[in-house]
Write a protein that binds this ligand. Structure first.
Ligand code: SF4
Ligand code: SF4
Length: 164
């Protein structure tokens, strides 16, 4: 079943004020059990979230790609790192490498990743809802509610825990 990504955007938009205010409160309060609660929700939500039916992160945003990623991917594709950079990457406003095209050049029509085993670390870690010190990434999490249905879900469930 495919995700209705337009509906996701609309839902995130409808809840944007509420979510921003909630995540700001969470960042200030830093509940002691926040990481445990968030990691459990991450686990629960990804039990039923099918990334292959979505791939919205690969379609609409680029990971930040670090030198180690470039070396690994270039080796895998039997290219020189400099040729890999020329063909696939550009620098963003912060001076980080990102893909120059969107959707990602390695996303296949069936939503599989062509270079899954060697994909950038940021792809492996997305959407970061299992990260330690979750309170530090509430702004990023807010932005990701517009991209990732799992993040919108996790935030909704966090509200029912901390905003009772
Ligand atoms: S991580 Fe989120 S945005 Fe990316 S494919 Fe999975 S559900 Fe979709
Ligand atoms: S490298 Fe793979 S996982 Fe990362 S954005 Fe591209 S298709 Fe998605």
């Amino acid at each position: 079943m495919k995700f209705d990504l337009e509906k996701l955007k609309q839902e995130a938009q409808n809840k944007s004020k509420e979510n921003k205010a909630f995540l700001t409160r969470l960042r200030k309060k830093k509940p002691r059990d926040l990481d445990d609660q968030t990691h459990q929700l991450h686990h629960d939500v990804f039990e039923y979230t099918d990334c292959l039916a979505c791939a919205n992160c690969c379609k609409s945003i680029s990971p930040i790609i670090i030198d180690r990623d470039i070396d690994r991917m270039a080796r895998h594709l039997k290219m020189k790192p400099s040729a890999f950079i020329d063909q696939y990457l550009e620098l963003d406003d912060d001076g980080d490498y990102v893909y120059r095209t969107s959707p990602c050049p390695f996303l296949m029509p069936d939503n599989y990743c062509m270079i899954y085993e060697v994909r950038p670390r940021a792809c492996r870690e997305y959407p970061h809802t299992d990260r330690k010190r979750f309170f530090q990434i509430t702004n990023l999490t807010y932005r990701n509610t517009f991209v990732c249905p799992a993040v919108l879900d996790v935030v909704e469930k966090l509200k029912s825990i901390y905003d009772k």
